[in-house]
Ligand binder design. Structure first.
Ligand code: MG
Length: 259
């Protein structure tokens, strides 16, 4: 089973999407999930086209993107459609607007035939905090303010302000740890919201020693997780993706905690 990254304008990594689907199927792989980020299709530069600053004005462009993208992914037979990048959020108001747009996007996605709605994947910046004026005032002048947790974590606001019937979460356990969180606590606390996982380490699974995979898997099975994907990104030792995939698969196959 495969989760895509690299969809754009009816193609995947530049290959027409139905040809890509056939290539995957010929290799024994089924595409069930895809990472996509809203772009303004009127801008040709793919990086400049990415929409990060959400507003009422840009919402129709975002919905236009989701409509076409969801229709394409329904044709691919995709079950999960997931946004992997955080829009700009520096205040509670911005967080609320982003959550409203996620909810709205979910309706558009469902209408195109993807019943699971809108999925969201985190990195570490979702564990940054935003603080209201009142929250900032409370610690003003306190010499220990730098050590205090002031305000709310963006991820928690996303969980609070998105509709559970519309938006689910794909927790990337590695990026949660990089955000100084315990993914097990989140999986436990939000068992009804976290539906799928990114099982990821700094590179090859198990190599860094910083990921508590036994506890992560234990808790994930307990809540009835729907699935997980192994993700490889950012190797700095010159290994190929194939080596990384082989070694990570070997790690999971040998792990007594993986069912
Ligand atoms: Mg990930």
């Amino acid at each position: 089973k495969l989760e895509l990254a690299g969809y754009g304008k009816g193609a995947i990594g530049g290959v027409p999407m139905m040809d890509f689907k056939k290539m995957a199927e010929d290799a024994g792989l089924k595409i069930i999930s895809s990472h996509v980020n809203p772009v303004d299709t009127s801008i040709s530069d793919p990086f400049k086209a990415m929409i990060f600053k959400y507003s009422k004005e840009v919402t129709p462009k975002i919905m236009e993107y989701w409509k076409a993208t969801a229709a394409d992914h329904a044709k691919l037979g995709c079950k999960y459609l997931i946004q992997p990048m955080m829009p700009t959020i520096t205040t509670h108001d911005e967080a609320k607007l982003v959550c409203d747009i996620f909810n709205q996007a979910s309706d558009v996605i469902k209408a195109e035939g993807i019943a699971t709605g809108f999925g969201y994947h985190n990195h570490n910046m979702e564990f940054n905090r935003v603080a209201t004026k009142e929250q900032q005032e409370k610690v003003k002048g306190n010499p220990f303010a730098a050590f205090m947790k002031v305000g709310d974590q963006i991820y928690d606001l996303m969980l609070k302000d998105t509709d559970p019937s519309k938006v689910y979460f794909e927790m990337d356990v590695y990026w949660a740890v990089m955000g100084q969180q315990d993914p097990v606590e989140y999986i436990k606390k939000y068992a009804d919201r976290i539906k799928v996982l990114h099982i990821k380490d700094r590179y090859v699974l198990g190599d860094s020693g910083m990921m508590n995979f036994p506890n992560i898997f234990k808790k994930a099975y307990e809540i009835g997780i729907l699935g997980y994907y192994v993700e490889l990104e950012g190797d700095k030792k010159g290994r190929t993706q194939f080596e990384g995939v082989e070694k990570s698969a070997a790690y999971l196959q040998a792990a007594p905690f993986v069912k």
